[in-house]
Design a protein around this ligand. Structure first.
Ligand code: NAD
Length: 250
């Protein structure tokens, strides 16, 4: 598939770490000019373009998208990947935390996409891929707020796909399972028994291991590429079988 992004420009939010950085690297390896928009873009290596951005701040988003388009010379692919986590049942988080996480995970996608749409409309290969989560469909315990936001991301993806199909803009999402990123390593380290937590995370995925950021990036790259020109409004699970196989740890 090498080179299918030649001549295309991509923006990846949350591109400073984990899944977003893996996506940005893969798109660049396959020929795209890529800008990583992140709260902390300090870890973004050349030739990727590092641009500071807070997706929960409309002015910051407008500045960052304008800067990205100026550097890249246009915009064909948008990967809405920035996200915030939350743990606990519905009693664990106060209202303001519900608003804060929803604002990053859901309204953040809306803000960045609104800013990007005028440029995507000018592209002949326009594609949006949202990073959703297995949490949208799996009924994970202790993840009420996070799951609610990702359920909204999945519904938003389908609604956006319907609204923009007539403009030639495809919209899809990926639903990763547990991916071995700095985010998950922080969660593991914060557990009472980190080694046991890591084993439990591995065991709940039928493939018996965590998903790698590169495996999620491959799915995102497919959906973003002209190879998927007939695919819109799709949810692609990269979850080690968590959703489809209905297995529980032995
Ligand atoms: P990560 O912490 O490694 O990377 C997330 C990046 O997003 C960071 O660089 C962070 O600075 C950036 N970010 C956070 N808030 C932001 C904001 N307001 N504006 C701009 N940038 C912001 O995490 P990750 O595991 O790579 O997660 C990336 C996405 O994947 C998230 O949407 C997450 O919900 C989703 N996801 C992760 C997993 C997993 O197991 N790691 C599973 C399913 C879905």
């Amino acid at each position: 598939m090498s080179g299918e992004f030649a001549g295309l420009a991509a923006v990846v939010t949350g591109g400073g770490s984990g899944i977003g950085l893996a996506v940005a690297r893969l798109l660049a390896d396959r020929g795209a000019a890529v800008a990583c928009l992140d709260l902390d873009p300090s870890g973004v290596p050349a030739p990727l373009h590092a641009i500071g951005c807070d997706v929960s701040d409309a002015d910051s988003v407008a500045r960052a998208v304008t800067a990205a388009v100026a550097r890249l010379g246009g915009l064909d692919v948008l990967v809405n990947n920035a996200g915030a986590g939350a743990q606990g049942t519905i009693e664990a988080n106060p209202d303001d935390e519900w608003h804060r996480v929803y604002d990053v995970n859901v309204v953040g996608i809306v803000r960045v996409t609104r800013a990007a749409l005028p440029y995507l409309r000018a592209s002949s290969a326009a594609a949006i891929v949202n990073t959703c989560s297995i949490a949208a469909t799996a009924g994970l315990p202790g993840r009420a707020l996070y799951s609610a936001t990702k359920g909204a991301v999945q519904a938003l993806t389908l609604a956006m796909a319907a609204d923009h199909v007539g403009e030639g803009i495809r919209v899809n999402c990926v639903n990763p399972g547990t991916v071995d990123t700095p985010w998950v390593r922080r969660l593991v380290d914060a557990a009472a028994d980190p080694a046991a937590e890591f084993v439990a995370l591995r065991a709940r995925q039928p493939i018996g291991r965590l998903v790698t950021p590169a495996e999620v990036a491959a799915a995102v790259a497919y959906l973003a590429s002209p190879l998927a020109a007939a695919t819109t409004g799709t949810v692609l699970a990269v979850d080690g079988g968590m959703h489809g196989l209905r297995m529980r740890p032995a």
